[in-house]
Design a protein around this ligand. Structure first.
Ligand SMILES: Cc1cc2nc3c(=O)[nH]c(=O)nc-3n(C[C@H](O)[C@H](O)[C@H](O)COP(=O)(O)O)c2cc1C
Length: 203
């Protein structure tokens, strides 16, 4: 009897997670319809990692709303569909998430970082945290003296302390602002309108 109950509960859990993902996928941002974000000389850079395009769409809209420049954090070894299968505990993304020393390599770093006072960091939540490639990024660039503003996308997890590991790496050398989770059901227009609030959240 207990066994049956446990199986039923596991099934319910899996179904609710799958349902949450479906509900969001149907309202996923359409990046084709996003306005082009052009690099402006206003000292703001939106740097993002997005192996499955959701955070990319959010980043484009945030950059458009702030007239900011965009930089994509591209992994040297791209993530395949299998790599991103979080139901597989041996998938690359899951193994990296669990390994505190994992630092996936980045193909290229941004040039002329000195022209930016503020850097927004966009990423998908992986296992309640930021993907390890974000740590590679922070360890590879000098952001001291700048204001850092994290934002994330996720299926259902709140922003929480998803930026915790990243913040630790900056060692107090930056001004770290509160982060925002961007809802996957948002339209590009909604994100553009919300961009100033993402940049300057209420503490
Ligand atoms: C390895 C992995 C772990 C994930 N962990 C979580 C999680 O803990 N909570 C959550 O709500 N979504 C989780 N997701 C879903 C992603 O955060 C979500 O789909 C995100 O919007 C994907 O962004 P992207 O399209 O830019 O990659 C996970 C996805 C992957 C691939």
């Amino acid at each position: 009897m207990k066994k049956c109950l446990a199986v039923l509960l596991s099934l319910l859990l899996i179904c609710s997670f799958a349902f949450a993902e479906d509900a969001i996928t149907s309202a996923t941002l359409n990046i084709d319809r996003l306005p082009e974000a052009e690099a402006q000389e206003n000292g703001i850079l939106v740097a993002f990692f997005s192996p499955d395009d959701t955070t990319r769409a959010a980043a484009y809209a945030v950059a458009a709303g702030l007239n900011a420049a965009l930089f994509e954090i591209v992994p040297t070894e791209p993530y395949t569909e299998d790599d991103l299968n979080y139901f597989d505990s041996f998938a690359r993304s899951i193994k990296e998430s669990k390994d505190p020393l994992a630092r996936p390599a980045i193909a290229a770093l941004p040039e002329n970082l000195e022209q930016y006072d503020t850097v927004l960091l966009g990423y998908p939540v992986w296992g309640g945290k930021a993907p390890k490639i974000m740590l590679t990024f922070l360890e590879s660039v000098d952001l001291s003296g700048k204001t850092i503003v994290p934002f994330c996308t996720s299926n259902s997890s709140p922003f929480g302390t998803s930026d915790g590991d990243m913040k630790l790496l900056t060692d107090g050398s930056v001004t770290w602002r509160k982060g925002t989770r961007i809802n996957k059901g948002s339209t590009a227009e909604e994100i553009i309108e919300k961009a100033p609030e993402i940049l300057n959240p209420e503490e």
